[in-house]
Design a protein around this ligand. Structure first.
Ligand SMILES: [Zn+2]
Ligand SMILES: [Zn+2]
Length: 176
């Protein structure tokens, strides 16, 4: 028994994808080039196999639908994260990075390092620390010794000298 994959014309797939919210705007030429070069196209970070039949490009229908589903779910999830965060709810365990709509944060104990879209624009690529208990900007102490990369190289790109986080509002403290 041969298992034929069900196919969807690439042109149609691109049209469907472009009806989705927050899709990427790429030229049709780009899609064609991807298809012929790699035999797959990434939709919403999901690789969807492509097939050529009689000079027409197709995508794997099921995989494509899976990608659309993934696109919708991750958009919904990112909006939920941003919405809860604005209400003071921090999701995620310590060490975890949580991606929301126009914001990303990393959890560390009862604090989180927040970077918003606005931070990117103003060049604050590092972000700001907040207390998770009362959403107040946290104070930081930097008394640790620099790491090897910072001492002898180009730097670790992190905040290796960070020794303490402290909330001036509720007294929440984390020693590192
Ligand atoms: Zn360092
Ligand atoms: Zn606090």
């Amino acid at each position: 028994m041969s298992q034929e994959v069900s196919l969807l014309e690439l042109r149609e797939a691109v049209q469907l994808y472009e009806q989705e919210e927050e899709h990427l705007n790429l030229s049709y030429t780009w899609y064609l080039a991807e298809a012929s070069r790699f035999g797959r196209i990434y939709f919403a970070r999901i690789p969807v196999p492509t097939h050529k039949r009689n000079n027409t490009w197709y995508v794997d229908h099921d995989k494509f639908m899976e990608a659309i589903e993934h696109h919708r779910k991750s958009l919904e999830n990112r909006r939920e994260v941003a919405e809860s965060f604005s209400r003071g709810i921090v999701n995620g365990q310590t060490g975890q990075t949580v991606e929301g709509d126009e914001l990303i944060y990393k959890v560390l104990g009862d604090f989180c390092l927040v970077r918003t879209e606005e931070d990117w624009w103003i060049g604050n690529t590092f972000g700001n620390w907040y207390c998770n208990k009362c959403q107040t900007p946290a104070k930081t102490e930097h008394e640790k010794e620099e790491c090897q990369f910072c001492k002898y190289g180009k730097g670790c790109g992190g905040d290796c000298t960070l020794s303490q986080l402290y909330c001036p509002n509720c007294g929440n403290t984390l020693d590192l």
